[in-house]
Ligand binder design. Structure first.
Ligand SMILES: Cc1ncc(COP(=O)(O)O)c(C=O)c1O
Length: 376
């Protein structure tokens, strides 16, 4: 296989938009244009005044409507992304002991945060090989930590409340960072559905958003009343009080909030979560079918039920260097399709979030076919 030859993919094969990264991911041009038109009344204005607070309210109401949440759920938000939320959860959602399903880099990070928290008991960690997923086991824990889509491996799991838990009020917290907005879920099975908005919400990073059931809110209040010391920036009770006033505890990125709202309203306007998830289904099905029938490619996730509809991982034949393919793609404006670095496989990883056009996904496979023919 030639490794150092740059290849020009013909224009007619190339996607219109070459952003296929799993996060930061494609931000729609319409949203960016719209941000520039509102900017005088919004960007660079106080986050404690109505223009920004109304935008936060639109985000909260838009999320509730997209997920068809019961009226007693609340939308909390704060700075720091899902990574910060893990630390906040160790302080403000886990009473004493959690159980974590670990099947990739991100689920592992939350389990480590919980493991290292000196005020918590040692968590239960149930892991599985990359490319597969473990199942929760009913236990005496007070929080089950699930990840709807492991962005590092492209494995997604059904969200089900574990039955037979010996703790009456155990809650289910779901890291939905790459899944939220691109996958269906049932609020009956979950208490806290949290995510960062730079994936299916086609926004920028820096924010965490958490849809919380009354049981999750009770847990936040209970821990806050217990007198546990909590750093203010990680305090979910402070986040709750501020979210009820349509604001964050400290200054947020106003553009991130705006772009998130734009994407939520776009998805709601097109038909809601069913519509958005069907776009991701269409794109991911195309990629899996392509890889299944390809001489040099194969879906990384064997179990078809676990294959993610929003982040598709594809192993390449050893005669094809993924690094070379990825870098020639980059030269041609096809960006960020490399596998997650710590997975360490000869792999490509393609986001199929709702903002990414299914036609561009088809153009991507045409472009890769062209490259493979030229390289091999
Ligand atoms: C499943 C999952 N959880 C958490 C994170 C961390 O998000 P952030 O970098 O916004 O903190 C990511 C980022 O890719 C992710 O994919």
């Amino acid at each position: 296989m030639a490794t150092n030859k740059s290849i020009q993919i013909p224009d007619e094969l190339l996607p219109n938009d070459g952003r296929f990264g799993s996060g930061p991911s494609l931000v729609r041009g319409e949203a960016v244009n719209s941000l520039s038109t509102v900017s005088k009344n919004y960007l660079g204005t106080s986050h404690r005044q109505s223009a920004v607070k109304e935008m936060v309210l639109r985000l909260q109401e838009g999320i509730a409507s997209l997920f068809e949440l019961p009226n007693d759920w609340e939308i909390l938000l704060g700075n720091g992304g899902a990574t910060l939320f893990w630390d906040a959860a160790t302080f403000g959602l886990i009473r004493a002991k959690s159980q974590h399903l670990v099947f990739g880099e991100f689920s592992s990070k939350f389990s480590q945060a919980s493991m290292n928290a000196p005020h918590l008991s040692t968590p239960e960690i149930i892991s599985s090989e990359y490319g597969s997923a473990p199942s929760p086991t009913p236990s005496d824990v007070d929080l089950y930590a699930l990840t709807q889509n492991e962005t590092s491996t492209g494995v997604s799991i059904p969200l089900k409340r574990p039955e037979g838990s010996s703790t009456d009020d155990a809650i289910v917290a779901v890291d939905a960072t790459s899944a939220a907005g691109g996958m269906l879920w049932d609020p009956e099975e979950v208490d806290c559905y949290y995510f960062s908005p730079q994936k299916s919400f086609a926004s920028d990073g820096g924010l965490w958003i958490a849809a919380c059931s009354p049981a999750a809110i009770d847990r936040i209040n209970e821990i806050s009343n217990s007198g546990r010391w909590v750093p203010a920036a990680l305090d979910l009770k402070i986040a709750l009080d501020n979210s009820r006033k349509n604001q964050t505890y400290n200054t947020p990125a106003l553009s991130t909030i705006f772009l998130t709202v734009h994407q939520i309203e776009w998805m709601n306007g097109q038909g809601g979560l069913k519509w958005a998830s069907s776009r991701s289904d269409e794109s991911s099905t195309h990629l899996y079918d392509w890889a299944e029938s390809h001489q040099y490619a194969k879906p990384f996730v064997n179990d078809t039920d676990l294959r993610s509809p929003v982040v598709v991982t594809i192993d390449l034949d050893e005669g094809v260097s993924a690094d070379t393919l990825v870098s020639i793609c980059r030269e041609n404006g096809i960006l960020d399709i490399g596998g997650y670095r710590k997975i360490g496989r000869n792999q490509i990883r393609v986001a199929t979030f709702p903002a990414i056009e299914p036609d561009d996904i088809r153009a991507l496979t045409r472009s890769i076919d062209y490259l493979l023919e030229s390289l091999l």
